[in-house]
Design a protein around this ligand. Structure first.
Ligand code: KG4
Ligand code: ZN
Length: 333
């Protein structure tokens, strides 16, 4: 049985997952549930914001109820409520924030608004995971792709962001071009395994700095598929993945060469990619640093990472911030 006030209830609704979890101070996940909207958005090949808001509104309370029921938990076990306040879609964010504020009022519990990106950072420390600092971080998701340096668990310095698309977005667009549906990442990965990377797609900005650019790669795939509608899809998928992975691996290696770090942390939805896991393991072996990855279920959006970040916010005594922010830098709280 759980001690009174020993868990944070984390709520995530910034995009297309309604996710809730109960997490202890040490990162142990006591209960978690994620309600995916993938089926709703599949026909649009991407997230349809209005439908996302409606689905969150329908799912948020049942998801909270079922998460509590998993371990027979009640308000007495909850120390605080942590909820994503941004970045993300305004409607979906408001659904989570309103639910959290209502619960906080009803249960007389503090509510902390958490930066989704800081949640991803903490995902590698859920369920016994450990990050050794200083660390280089690659955050690769649908909304973001960036490299950062963390001197310790709470300080984040951005080394490079993306000039255009995120890598997850490129995966999703390529999936759409190949008729693979949404979300594209897992589908492209699966198809890529059945092909060989015989087509040489561009590897944007691979030789310079720590910034990213993926729109050129995406457009190159689009042009090819337009020009040759009968092109072998597994070959295209494998060639796209090879190009994307070369870029991500090269940037990780460069960041590790430029900054003194004890580990590389790879988080965000794209960290679920087996190819990215393999490639970053090679980079770490060559650089002699540790690799920290979230377990697969905490790679994509979830409530547990928000709850764990919520513990940090409580520790730091930050003023609770419950204003939604569609744009929020990882350096902010
Ligand atoms: O972190 P996340 O769940 O949501 C955002 O914060 O954006 O990331 C979602 C992204 C999507 O673009 C999805 O296609 C990608 O992560 N993704 C993957 C895989 N699983 C999810 N990309 C590559 N390989 C995967 N296995
Ligand atoms: Zn995310």
């Amino acid at each position: 049985m759980h001690e009174p006030n020993s868990l944070i209830l984390g709520i995530e609704s910034s995009c297309d997952d309604t996710a809730v979890a109960l997490v202890a101070r040490d990162g142990t996940v006591a209960a978690a549930l994620t309600q995916s909207q993938a089926e709703i958005h599949a026909q649009y090949g991407g997230v349809y914001p209005e439908l996302a808001s409606r689905a969150h509104a329908a799912e948020i309370i049942p998801t909270i109820r079922q998460t509590l029921a998993q371990i027979d938990a009640g308000p007495e076990h909850v120390r605080a409520i942590a909820v994503t306040r941004g970045p993300g879609l305004i409607g979906p964010l408001l659904v989570g924030l309103n639910a959290a504020e209502g619960l906080g009022l009803g249960w007389s519990k503090p509510v902390v608004g958490v930066n989704h990106l800081r949640g991803h950072l903490r995902s590698a420390e859920l369920d016994g995971g450990n990050i050794t600092y200083p660390a280089i971080v690659l955050l690769a998701s649908g909304g973001h792709t960036l490299m950062a340096f963390m001197a310790d668990a709470k300080s984040v310095e951005i080394l490079g962001g993306t000039r255009d698309d995120s890598v997850g977005e490129a995966y999703d667009k390529v999936a759409r071009m190949l008729g693979l549906g949404y979300p594209g990442g897992p589908a492209v990965d699966k198809l890529a395994k059945t092909g060989t990377p015989d087509i040489t797609f561009p590897r944007p900005m691979i030789r310079e700095g720590l910034e990213f650019s993926f729109s050129g790669l995406k457009s190159a795939v689009a042009r090819l598929v337009e020009r040759e509608p009968d092109v072998d899809k597994p070959t295209v998928a494998a060639s796209f993945v090879a190009a994307a992975m070369d870029v991500l691996a090269a940037k990780c290696a460069r960041a590790l060469a430029e900054r003194e770090a004890a580990s590389l942390v790879v988080v965000g939805g794209v960290s679920a990619s087996p190819q990215l896991r393999e490639r970053t393991a090679e980079v770490c072996a060559a650089a002699g640093v540790d690799l920290a990855l979230p377990s697969l279920k905490w790679s994509t959006d979830n409530g547990a990472m928000i709850a764990l970040a919520g513990w940090d916010y409580l520790d730091m005594g930050l003023v609770p911030h419950l204003k939604p922010a569609t744009r929020l830098s990882i350096e902010q709280f």
